[in-house]
Design a protein. Structure first.
Length: 388
């Protein structure tokens, strides 16, 4: 029963432009999650570690960063746990690929003929581990954008009992992911002939089956982007056969510390900025990225300064982002005669606001509310507007 540790999208060396002053700290958190993942592979005595693309955030990493990663990989190698890596879209296998510049196998201490650390490429798409009956196959392209699906003929040439594929790409979801650099369909997964398809590229954990073929995205071991949920784990994958039936079991294991929470606050329930500050402090967690949107219709007396609030709360979270998208209430007295400019404008905009709200187009409705509020103020002041 082969057992695998599947991870992807570690993004070592990410710059984290959206993380502000904690960018460097988050890079260290990502490395720590990677280190814990290798430690988990060792403690669980898995038969192989699969890293499904974007181990590095870019091909432009300094040597010391690559050496640091190789040191962790070497811990698995030293215990005779094979590691299989494929390039992704950030560390793609182009002419300047980090995998062409650096010999990770040598840097990790793996002997050239041991297959203890293998980077699968367009010229080497397969590695066989006969002692556990496992074939690991991948389709890696020498360019960032794939000319065709990576799953076509993927298992050709694999001869072991268990066939596991590695792909860094997206299901071709129309309107969402069909334009990604590397994409494939559910039908192609089902026809692949694999027992398990280890995926990378989506940073949140997902799993499923396509015509009996088990697949999973491990998600990133720790946060890569500010608004990311579903990250923070790697997968332990067990391949088993019982009564002639093959079974694949996927078990997420937490390795990341950082976590993301999104919340909305109804402005109509707030009496003051101090009240909002107090309620957000109740969510305080040094490992939490908190994304807060203030929505709805705010009381006319409510004065919010989100930049000030972010500064006040910054020490209570790993990162906090506050956005005020609430709208001011409409003027109370809009009962102007229909034959006046104010009356005609109010009637027209009220109707358009109602249409957008009915269609669920909240942002457009909010824009029109604000337009109506400003227009009424302008038309009410003869010094601002002169009507001819």
């Amino acid at each position: 029963m082969p057992r695998l540790l599947h991870m992807a999208d570690v993004h070592l060396g990410a710059r984290h432009d959206d993380m502000g002053p904690v960018a460097a700290e988050q890079r260290e958190r990502q490395f720590s999650a990677f280190k814990r993942a290798i430690g988990l592979a060792i403690s669980e005595k898995v038969d192989a570690v699969l890293i499904c693309g974007d181990l590095f955030d870019s091909n432009g990493q300094p040597r010391r960063s690559v050496e640091r990663a190789a040191t962790e990989l070497g811990k698995a190698v030293a215990r005779q746990i094979p590691v299989v890596i494929i390039p992704g879209t950030h560390d793609s296998y182009d002419a300047g690929s980090i995998y062409r510049i650096f010999d990770l196998a040598e840097m990790s201490g793996a002997s050239p003929d041991s297959d203890l650390l293998t980077v699968l490429t367009d010229s080497r798409p397969l590695v066989e581990f006969e002692h556990i009956g496992l074939s690991v196959v991948a389709r890696v392209f020498p360019t960032k954008r794939a000319p065709h699906s990576p799953l076509v003929g993927l298992a050709d040439g694999a001869s072991a009992k268990w066939k596991v594929g590695m792909v860094h790409g997206s299901f071709a979801v129309p309107g969402r992911f069909d334009q990604d650099e590397v994409s494939f369909t559910d039908a192609e997964v089902g026809a692949s002939g694999l027992d398990y398809l280890a995926l990378g590229h989506w940073h949140s954990f997902r799993e499923g089956r396509s015509n009996g073929v088990a697949w999973a995205y491990s998600g990133a071991p720790d946060l890569v982007a500010l608004d990311q949920d579903g990250a923070g784990q790697v997968l332990l994958v067990s391949l088993d056969e019982r009564d002639g039936q093959r079974q694949v079991t996927v078990e997420p294991r937490q390795v990341g510390r950082s976590h993301f929470r999104k919340m909305e606050v109804d402005a109509s329930t707030l009496a003051s900025q101090a009240e909002l500050e107090g309620s957000l402090r109740e969510q305080a967690d040094p490992d939490r990225v908190l994304d807060v949107r203030v929505v709805g219709i705010r009381p006319s007396e409510l004065d919010l300064n989100v930049d000030e609030l972010e500064r006040q709360l910054s020490g209570s979270f790993l990162r906090i982002r506050l956005r005020d998208v609430s709208v001011a209430p409409l003027p109370e007295d809009l009962n102007a005669p229909a034959d006046t400019i104010v009356g005609a404008l109010a009637r027209d905009l009220h109707g358009r606001i109602a249409e957008h709200e009915e269609r669920g187009e909240a942002e457009r409705a909010a824009e029109l509310r604000e337009a109506l509020r400003i227009a009424v103020l302008l038309l009410d002041d003869a010094q601002r507007v002169t009507l001819a």
